[in-house]
Design a protein around this ligand. Sequence first.
Ligand code: GLC
Length: 482
Amino acid sequence: MQLDDLVSSESIEQEAWTALEKSILYYKGRPVGTVAAYDATVEALNYDQCFVRDFVSSALIFLMKGRTDIVRNFLEETLKLQPKERQLDAYKPGRGLMPASFKVVCDGEEEYLEADFGEHAIARVTPVDSCLWWVILLRAYVVATKDFSLAYQPQFQHGLRLIMELCLATRFDMYPTILVPDGACMIDRRMGIYGHPLEIQALFFAALRAARELLICQGNEDIVTAIDNRLPLLRTHIRQYYWMDLHRLNKIYRFKSEEYGKAAANPFNIYADSLPYYELDKWLPRKGGFLVGNVGPSQLDTRFFSLGNLVAVVSDLTSEEQSQAIMNLIDERWEDLVGDMPMKICFPALENEEYRIVTGCDPKNRPWSYHNGGSWPVLLWLLSAAAVKTNRIELGHKAVEIAEARLHLDEWPEYYDGKKGRLMGKQARKYQTWTIAGFLLAKELLQNPTFLPLVTFAPFTVEPASRACEFELVQVDTVYLS
Ligand code: GLC
């Protein structure tokens, strides 16, 4: 690298910091979050609000720079927005939910926060991921500050408990994964990701692990038992049924179907003809693999979703071999998955009739645009975190270099379109905060891998619940029914 490059790299970082500072949202004089985008050239819609999922990238970089106050304020204020009572009105957010976003409203001299749990959002989508990200962020705060006292406060313990109750409640289906409606996460539009989408399952796994570290056992014995019971089942389920590589493709290709009973080798009754197996046969590198997007009855969505795969690597949801195989795939299929802007939200895009039926003819999600195969710079930090975690740091550096050459010139767009990510997103906001923060975060993680534990966990061991809490096992279901 030349001296000039270094200087310009520094000034790009400086520019990013200035833009990030500008995005800070103040409430009663205190910083409480960052707005989604600060782009005065287009109508704000809800981009002038602080989104929980978007704020995570800002929060992590603030934590790394010792600016813990804004993160603490965010955690405290959002906790107050969480409904604590059982709802009688089915149109109101349920107990334990965290909002998708919130804004500061001024009423004369008074200021208050107004939350959106999806009841205002386009298509009224449910932000299932918000409460999961919230738990993950609280734990990152504790790791960064080495101070458990915030998480141990009664109101935080209560909030955590309500989130866990919501996630672990007795439901109709009998998978260890959670069942959610379409658009319940970063992809908050109809994209055929209802059921058991990977993104939610990976965040769920990380949130369970985070909550397990933060919950005081005493008084939460039932929840802790439920977490300890769920974690190994969830992990095995994902590692087994969501995994795709050449070996597994071969197995599925020759699957028998219509098997009844416990011994079925094809328990979900996947029909090989529902898979683009000739495409996958061509695309899958010999040493590569990934977690598929969704698994359900006769359903195996073989699209590659970046966020879910990267969170799985970072949180140890995948085995060491699987994590390496995911990184191999990213490396070998770089042109498809990273191209000219790290990185694709999913691959490949839905096209033609499939696009029309699955998205409901959504013009924003045309093939290779936005959520349907668009490229999202925010994913750069997760790619870098996964690269550091798997000792594939060169992949992180390569991606950052690509982003650095363009992002600031394009004024930090929300997303890019096109098979290679060369077109600035048709409706992309500029000065999108998580693009800016994600870039800074990726650079920081690559320069200081010691920050990685903010988002990673110690190798996973399951303690027998009775020993972990020293109490008698409670029937969790009966607790939730009460
Ligand atoms: C879009 C994205 C969503 C994000 C929001 C604010 O709706 O799909 O993930 O949280 O914009 O940036």
